[in-house]
Design a protein around this ligand. Structure first.
Ligand SMILES: [Cu+2]
Length: 441
């Protein structure tokens, strides 16, 4: 029943499915989601079975993450999942180098790599591959059968290196450059079927036994040595570097080129305990008077430590929402006013889910309905935030985003010239912090 409601909600994002290239959201951070891994670790220890080693490498440019469990010399797997905590949407993680958000991957030429998006957390995060950061989100070249960076004649017959999208063993396209098969030139590499499927209801996406979503990528262009990127076709800000390796497994081009166009989110301070990102200035000890209220009536009640922490997280995110909703409405655009109210509202929903997952009381095993609803909130509301941010920048509506308060609302009203000057300075600093915060978000 919950998912029926969600399906309607889902269709809101489908309004812009065809425009998903601009539906990405900027990320706010990166912290490892320990929950599932720890669960796997404790299970493994309990039954005294050695842990399977999928791969090796630190996931850095000098030590890329590589698979060790290759079927043979020319067929290897990357096992994909997503970590939601400590960042704004989610970051890719690979079982070959667990615990590393957005790792640098290493790939050899003329090896077919299968990126297995089997894990449920892949829902709404179909992998793409691009020559530059974020691919079509930024209107830069992706790996497609008709696109080459090296001047290779492949562009003439649609045989350039491109991913091949699968549902189970069922190939969804026509183009083919997999090792050990016949090269087929065609513009259709299956993405047009694959990507829309990642928007459907979770149960439908994951429920079909054949729904072993996977992407195969084979790099063959011997005259191209630059790095490429994996990225999410739905959310921008999730690009990770892929470096070419020689036959010995050594990095061919040590410099990182092209550049990744942003830094990853790294949660610190109180955000670490909440699974959130960007809330540190709103916690009660440090909120600098941004909010006068305590949002939870906890007097006289006792809570265990995890719930005390969760309450603290909620209080901070409620403060953030209220503070960021206190704006002057636009006199020219109700849409702008709506957006400036809705973005902090959506951010709050996403943060609430991250904090709830962080408590450990909600997981795919213990509370699957709530857990996957939270993933829906994280994935869809993040896309909607990006859509709204894009609307504001496209329509250039500045009005309606001004804060109601030019100074700390909890500070005493300045009475004299000297205190007014001091208060003005405080207000200026607060404004700068707010503008910075707004830009980051
Ligand atoms: Cu995504």
């Amino acid at each position: 029943m919950y998912f029926e409601g969600m399906n309607n909600f889902w269709s809101m994002s489908e309004l812009k499915t065809e425009d998903s290239k601009r539906s990405g959201i900027r990320l706010w951070s990166a912290k490892k989601n320990n929950t599932n891994r720890n669960m796997k670790l404790s299970c493994a220890i309990a039954i005294a079975v050695p842990l399977t080693v999928f791969g090796s490498g630190a996931g850095t440019s000098t030590d890329p993450c590589v698979p060790d469990t290759c079927a043979d010399a020319t067929h290897c797997d990357f096992t994909v999942s997503l970590m939601p905590l400590g960042n704004s949407v989610a970051y890719y993680e690979f079982a070959e180098c667990p615990g590393v958000p957005q790792p640098v991957l290493g790939m050899k030429r003329d090896v077919t790599y299968t990126f297995k998006q089997y894990d449920g957390t892949n829902w709404n995060h179909p992998l793409g591959f691009a020559y530059f950061t974020d691919g079509a989100h930024e209107e830069v070249d992706e790996l497609e059968p008709s696109i080459t960076q090296s001047g290779n004649a492949c562009a003439d017959d649609n045989t350039c290196d491109a991913p091949m999208y699968f549902k189970g063993s069922n190939y969804l396209g026509v183009y083919n450059n997999a090792v050990g098969t016949t090269l087929v030139g065609d513009e259709d590499f299956g993405l047009d079927v694959y990507e829309p499927q990642f928007f459907i209801r979770y149960e439908d996406w994951v429920g079909d036994p054949a729904s072993k979503w996977n992407v195969k990528l084979t790099l063959t262009d011997a005259s191209f040595n630059d790095d490429i990127f994996y990225f999410c076709h739905i959310h921008r800000g999730m690009s990770g570097r892929i470096k070419l390796l020689d036959a010995n497994g050594d990095v061919i081009t040590s410099s990182d080129s092209p550049a990744l166009m942003y830094d990853y989110d790294v949660a610190t301070g109180d955000d670490l305990a909440c699974g959130t990102y960007g809330l540190n200035i709103y916690f009660e000890e440090t909120q600098n008077g941004k909010c006068a209220d305590n949002y939870l009536c906890t007097d006289g009640l006792t809570f265990d430590a995890p719930k005390t922490q969760f309450n603290k997280c909620l209080n901070a995110m409620d403060c953030a929402m209220e503070f960021n909703m206190e704006i002057t409405p636009s006199t020219t655009s109700a849409v702008a006013t709506f957006i400036n109210q809705m973005i902090p509202h959506h951010v709050n929903a996403v943060q609430m889910c991250k904090a709830l997952i962080k408590t450990g009381e909600v997981s795919a095993d213990t509370e699957p309905d709530i857990y996957w609803m939270c993933w829906a909130i994280i994935n869809v509301q993040s896309s909607q935030i990006a859509l709204m941010q894009d609307w504001l920048s496209t329509n250039n509506v500045d009005e309606g985003s001004a804060k109601c308060f030019s100074e700390d609302p909890a500070a005493p009203t300045p009475a004299s010239g000297a205190t007014a000057a001091a208060a003005s300075m405080v207000a200026t600093v607060a404004s700068v912090i707010f503008v910075f915060f707004a830009m980051v978000f």
